[in-house]
Design a protein around this ligand. Structure first.
Ligand SMILES: *Cc1c(COP(=O)(O)O)cnc(C)c1O
Length: 501
């Protein structure tokens, strides 16, 4: 199986090359030449554990990795870093099944992919005779940085450096990062905002002089961001796995369709669900849930992606779209990068057409797809939930089922409830539960009508929810600060040099 770019069909890459490159040189994203179909039946997969299902799914996409290589990566990733042996859990509440994807080291779903990406990368480096050590550079607004640090810490053949806005992340997020252990990690605060950190990292990726200098010293830059196929492919696994658990438990019959509802930001997680459908999982609807930053809802309803204007009830895009901060920060996004892969697929894999849409988006701020493309979006439904609807949902699920969900998951739950009330669709639905409530205790407690001091937030949540403390939270209490470097935004390059000396 080969990968090509969404903006240029002429070049072909193996999976391991695509993992190493991350993004194509033309700015496009890598997509498989042909979406694979499972060679195992769902019944067979239902007899397997998470790691075995992971192998059966990932071997189809990462076909130049040998069985031994892939199984090694899976073993290293899905070990007791996860706090339950099943790696993910399915909990029934309020007429839906919550797929808990937050049992990894940083209690959010990004661990599902970032725990395996370092091994996929170092294996790819060996396969492609890369001599240099891989240096991951990341700018973070909070969550991805910690998940990447946890994934790459002490992985041989890699180093990781994370830049964050010194006054732009939450106290818990900062503490999580600056206490990160590992001989190959470095965390630096920037005097500036997230854009400053991100621009600094981008500038280094494009700095040919710096790259040459580091290459001569045995280093090469790489990125761990969510457009890498090494992050997308591991996410397909849990959709397949969740279907087979419902099958195994007799909740659905073989071949019976289910819906997936996914709290969406960059469109990576829900795209993985779409790929699971192509693989053979019977899926009715893929429900794309957004918060107030509802650019995707507007897109699915109108066929127009407009990052500058918001759609009104009459379907017009005239009012200016404002970027809004919400209690589900990982979904506060106006450009969903991974949507480009879906655009490419529904425009008949026409690289020129896809490149053109992306050019329109960056030049004019919007693009509109045609009717044929829209007709290929029938698998999707979309909706959004504002802050009040999100908080109400947290309270409702807790009051009715004693189950506590985080604000991201609550956005999906609210959108699903609305979908169910307006449609006659009675299929079972799996809601992707993307973060532990312990990651956002303040917003959760507020929604539940509880008050607490900053210091006692997690204790209070523990008392109310009866959910045991995840290790990620209890460890943080007496964790030592190991990183205290703070620099100006124009000193980032020097920081990289000194880290690699
Ligand atoms: C990243 C993230 C999301 C959004 O996932 P995408 O793949 O970017 O759509 C949702 N919830 C949480 C908790 C996240 O960290």
């Amino acid at each position: 199986m080969y990968y090509k770019s969404t903006r240029n069909n002429a070049l072909r890459y193996t999976a391991s090359q695509a993992v190493l490159k991350g993004l194509s040189d033309d700015g496009g994203l890598f997509v498989p030449e042909k979406l694979p179909v499972s060679d195992k039946s769902l019944q067979e997969l239902a007899t397997m554990d998470y790691k075995a299902v992971a192998y059966e799914v990932m071997k189809l996409y990462l076909s130049d990795y040998t069985e031994e290589e892939l199984k090694y990566c899976i073993e290293q990733a899905y070990d007791d870093k996860f706090d339950i042996p099943e790696k993910v859990a399915l909990k029934k509440a309020g007429g839906a099944y919550y797929l808990e994807l937050f049992h990894g080291p940083t209690i959010a779903f990004k661990d599902m992919a970032l725990s395996i990406l370092p091994y996929l990368m170092t294996t790819a480096a060996k396969k492609n005779q890369l001599k240099e050590e891989i240096v991951i550079l990341t700018a973070t607004s909070g969550d991805t940085g910690k998940a990447a640090l946890a994934g790459f810490a002490d992985v041989p053949g890699t180093r990781i450096m994370v830049f964050y806005p010194k006054d732009g992340v939450s106290k818990i997020q900062e503490k999580q990062m600056v206490t990160q252990k590992g001989g190959n990690v470095k965390v630096v605060g920037i005097r500036g905002n997230f854009d400053d950190a991100q621009n600094g990292v981008k500038a280094m990726f494009n700095d040919a002089g710096l790259k040459d200098e580091l290459k001569s010293r045995g280093y090469v830059f790489s990125s761990a961001n969510s457009i890498n196929i090494g992050r997308l492919v591991p996410q397909i696994v849990y959709y397949v796995y969740s279907y087979t658990r419902l099958l195994k438990d007799g909740i659905i019959a073989d071949g019976e369709s289910i819906n997936f509802c996914v709290p969406t930001g960059n469109f990576g997680n829900i795209l993985a669900a779409y790929f699971a459908k192509q693989l053979g999982v019977p899926v009715g609807k893929l429900i794309c849930a957004s918060n107030k930053n509802k650019v995707l809802t507007d897109f699915f309803k109108s066929g127009t992606y407009d990052k500058l204007h918001v759609m009104d009830d009459a379907g017009n895009f005239s009012e200016k779209r404002e970027f809004m901060l919400t209690s589900s920060p990982s979904m506060d996004i106006l450009i969903s990068s991974n949507l480009e892969r879906l655009i490419y697929l529904i425009c008949g894999e026409d690289d020129h057409k896809c490149a053109d849409f992306m050019k329109q988006l960056s030049k004019e701020g919007s693009y509109e797809i045609d009717d044929l493309m829209r007709s290929r979006l029938k698998d999707f439904d979309a909706g959004f939930a504002d802050e009040a609807a999100c908080a109400e949902m947290i309270k409702k699920v807790f009051d009715e089922d004693g189950y506590v969900i985080d604000p991201h998951t609550a956005v999906a739950a609210a959108v699903y409830e609305e979908y169910r009330s307006k449609s006659s669709d009675s299929l079972n639905c799996v809601i992707a539960s993307t973060a532990s409530p312990y990651k956002f205790p303040e917003a959760v407690l507020k929604a539940l009508g509880e008050e607490s001091s900053d210091e006692e937030l997690t204790d209070k949540l523990n008392e109310i929810s009866k959910v045991p403390f995840p290790k990620a939270i209890s460890e943080l209490r007496d964790a030592q600060v190991l990183h205290d470097t703070v620099c100006d935004k124009d000193e980032m390059k020097e920081q990289v040099r000194s880290f690699l000396n």
